[in-house]
Design a protein around this ligand. Structure first.
Ligand SMILES: [Zn+2]
Ligand SMILES: [Zn+2]
Length: 366
């Protein structure tokens, strides 16, 4: 079967690999879609960030080269003999967090903090392939009305939902969301679902800000048009907001996320940055909080229901669907060029269908 493997920075390879037999507790999935995530882009452009290259991950036992991709869904085609809760033909979404099941964090239900935590598709073989093998505990059966295309966005939607739950955001509270990439746009939808008051979206791209408005942002601030903190203060009668979300991953946006807060406010950090300067005098003096949010836990069944009921239409952030053959050129390279792409889905099964639906951008990617 065909799979897209990460060998190193700027070195993804489409390879034909052997199907391996299932181990106890595992299932095999025919992949319907696998989204390209910001973390995949980090690995592609200047990895390894989290892909193990020397020491195998304790739960997957794998080192690079690995099949990349953690945002995927598909149909179960085989289950190990000991797997009783799933069967062949089940349509599922993958919650791609490895967990040991017995550390102090797993035992308290906080498996996203597991001592051996890792992601399928980064620390073990993932979903950019015709088929994928994952532990059965990662599989969630889809509600019948939920399409694969929507389910493919469940993983980033889970990131956004977990972050909103980690926050102190209550109904009626205003918030500012920095960065209208996939996660930021999903945060807009989740904040709307949580009945936030004003939802102020910040980005430098007018088109993304337009999409944020469509998805529920009440106000937008173009960060290329002057000081964001000042613009937010003008929108909020000089007070600022009780909650902000940083989904960019830059020191200056973290400073912005703190700057827009009212006293006692909370900045929720999702973006990854190696280090940042924080004005700790301001932090203490205004009794601000910084909360971080990692992955998700215990919310997939509810999230999939929300998506099936249309409360959260995460499929709206999908801008492109490409074949496995075209994934590097029309997926990774397109995202790297900072153009029109927000969420690109790779569709391993349907080269022909994909070409029919394509915009002609697949030319030359045979
Ligand atoms: Zn992701
Ligand atoms: Zn654990």
């Amino acid at each position: 079967m065909k799979a897209l493997k990460w060998h190193g920075a700027l070195d993804l390879r489409l390879e034909v690999i052997e199907r391996r037999p299932l181990k106890a507790g595992e299932i095999r999935i025919e992949v319907a879609y696998c989204g390209i995530c910001g973390s995949d882009m980090h690995e592609y452009l200047h990895g390894p960030d989290s892909i193990p290259v020397n020491v195998p991950h304790p739960l997957s036992g794998r080192v690079a080269p690995i099949v990349i991709g953690h945002e995927f869904c598909g149909t179960v085609v085989e289950v190990a003999a000991d797997v009783k809760v799933l069967g062949v033909g089940d349509r599922i979404a993958v919650e791609p967090e490895y967990r040991c099941g017995h550390c102090i964090y797993c035992r308290s239900g906080r498996y996203n903090l597991c001592e051996s935590m890792g992601f399928v598709g980064l620390m073990g073989d993932g979903g950019m392939a015709e088929e994928a093998v994952v532990p059965a505990y990662m599989a969630h059966v889809l509600p019948p009305s939920l399409s694969f295309r929507q389910a493919a966005v469940a993983e980033p939607a889970a990131v956004a939902l977990h972050a909103v739950r980690r926050s102190a955001l209550r109904a009626g509270d205003d918030c500012v969301i920095f960065g209208m990439g996939a996660i930021g746009l999903l945060l807009v939808m989740m904040a709307r679902h949580h009945e936030a008051g004003r939802i102020i979206a910040v980005d430098v791209d007018a088109r993304r800000l337009g999409l944020a408005r469509e998805l529920g942002a009440s106000d937008t601030v173009d960060a290329s048009q002057g000081d964001v903190v000042q613009q937010v203060r003008e929108l909020t009668g000089g007070v600022g907001v009780p909650v902000s979300f940083e989904a960019v991953g830059r020191p200056e946006t973290l400073q912005g996320a703190l700057g827009v807060l009212s006293k006692g406010g909370e900045a929720v950090l999702l973006g990854l940055m190696p280090e940042a300067r924080i004005d700790t005098f301001d932090l203490v003096n205004r009794e601000l909080r910084i909360t971080s949010s990692l992955g998700y836990r215990g919310l997939y069944p509810e999230l999939l229901e929300l998506m099936a009921r249309g409360v959260v239409d995460a499929g709206k952030i999908v801008t492109h669907v490409v074949s496995l053959e075209a994934a590097i050129q029309d997926g990774f390279e397109r995202l790297a060029s900072a153009g029109d792409a927000i969420k690109v889905l790779v569709q391993p099964q349907s080269l022909e269908v994909d070409r029919d639906a394509g915009s002609g951008a697949h030319a030359g990617s045979s």
